[in-house]
Design a protein around this ligand. Structure first.
Ligand code: ADP
Ligand code: MG
Length: 174
């Protein structure tokens, strides 16, 4: 089984395509955690996943509402938990169990949708199966370098189901 995958995108649209490629075959109960600094491309990736799930309404980052639900081939539940951190810029920001209870996190996991989470560091402990997608500026590039559009995307699959999805994704992307 495939556990890790490294892929590079060179334009925002390519990151969306990569997400759409995965979204094409995600199923209810699948969880995708999106990591990476502000402006890395997490929401672009999420928009792609939404397209792959045949979501028709526009997807934006639910920073203020924390959770947004969309109708698609299967429902998409998109979370951006940035505001739950005491200090998201800390070197190892982590969500507390209390803050997850506050948004009813477990109910979303037991639901019938695909769950996509931006800024979810700390939720992993509750999950047996998930894809972790870490998006970062390419080495040596600084976020402030205007016009630099290369992103390195490191994917990790935890659990058998996630590993199956990763395999399908890699094959479909090739
Ligand atoms: P995040 O959700 O991680 O904060 P967004 O997806 O909202 O990030 O924004 C990413 C920004 O980076 C956008 O302005 C987008 O145009 C830009 N960008 C440049 N290159 C890429 C790329 N290869 N993939 C994704 N976004 C990119
Ligand atoms: Mg975002």
């Amino acid at each position: 089984m495939l556990r890790d995958w490294l892929v590079t995108t060179s334009q925002p649209e390519e990151t969306q395509r990569l997400g759409a490629c995965l979204g094409n075959f995600l199923q209810a109960g699948d969880v995708v955690l999106l990591y990476g600094p502000l402006g890395a491309g997490k929401t672009h990736f999420a928009q792609g996943v939404a397209r792959g799930l045949r979501v028709e309404s526009p997807v934006t980052s639910p920073t203020f509402t924390l959770v947004a639900e969309y109708e698609g081939r299967v429902p998409l539940i998109h979370m951006d938990l940035y505001r739950l951190y005491d200090d998201a810029e800390a070197s190892e920001p982590i969500l507390t169990p209390e803050s997850l209870v506050q948004i009813g996190f477990d109910d979303y996991l037991d639901g019938d949708g695909v769950v996509l989470i931006e800024w979810g560091r700390g939720v992993e402990a509750d999950l047996d199966n998930y894809l972790s997608v870490s998006i970062d500026y390419a080495k040596f590039d600084e976020p402030s370098d205007d016009g630099v559009t290369t992103r390195q995307i490191a994917v990790e699959a935890i659990g058998e189901m996630a590993q199956r999805r990763l395999w399908e994704w890699v094959v479909a992307w090739a």
